[in-house]
Write a new protein. Structure first.
Length: 189
């Protein structure tokens, strides 16, 4: 199962990122079709594992294998019911220290955002594309006053640091766009 999760993770990461290599020649439509096929195929493989074994924690597949499974589920946005079922099982695994708490936080927020609800941890971001390019928590936060306390309980860095990191990555990926707007460096918090 560990080997299969490693292979699933490899294909997931190709599909989750910007096209490179041979994928640069793909039209947008072909690229979107490729991404959809990868995420869908991985979902069905992950679902089979989950039905047979439950959430694959550290004890079954190690830290890396468990995170690989989580990442595949994280990208199953077309299958929100599957994400919710895994989230519930993952919560139990985290309580038993058999799963990564920050992976859980990311999936929790992903499920909330997919349901058009506010996040607890602020892990899912969007960007102020027309102005500063800053990363902001998508749909907002349930409790912005206590978010860093909660984030630290799940082994996440302070929200400001995370948003600055995401803002910097976004700026670098879109540098020509922001330079045309007169921004020479990321607009950090």
């Amino acid at each position: 199962m560990k080997e299969q999760l490693t292979e699933m993770n490899k294909s997931d990461q190709i599909a989750a990122k910007m096209p490179t290599g041979k994928y640069l020649a793909y039209t947008n439509e072909r690229w979107q079709g490729f991404k959809d096929s990868v995420f869908t195929a991985n979902k069905f493989l992950a679902e089979g594992m989950f039905k047979k074994f439950g959430f694959p924690g550290f004890d079954r597949v190690g830290n890396e294998g468990s995170s690989h499974f989580w990442l595949v589920v994280q990208h199953c946005d077309k299958f929100p019911d599957f994400q919710k079922i895994v989230l519930k099982s993952m919560r139990k695994a985290v309580k038993r220290k058999n799963a990564n708490p920050n992976d859980y936080a990311y999936l929790y927020d992903r499920v909330k955002v997919n349901a058009n609800e506010k996040q607890l941890f602020g892990t899912q971001v969007t960007y102020e594309i027309q102005t500063t390019g800053r990363a902001i928590p998508k749909i907002g936060l349930v409790d912005s006053a206590n978010v860093d306390k909660l984030r630290s309980q799940y082994k996440l860095e302070p929200l400001k640091d995370y948003l600055d990191k995401m803002t910097t990555l976004h700026f670098e990926m879109n540098k020509p766009y922001y330079q045309k707007m007169g921004l020479e460096k990321p607009s950090l918090y």
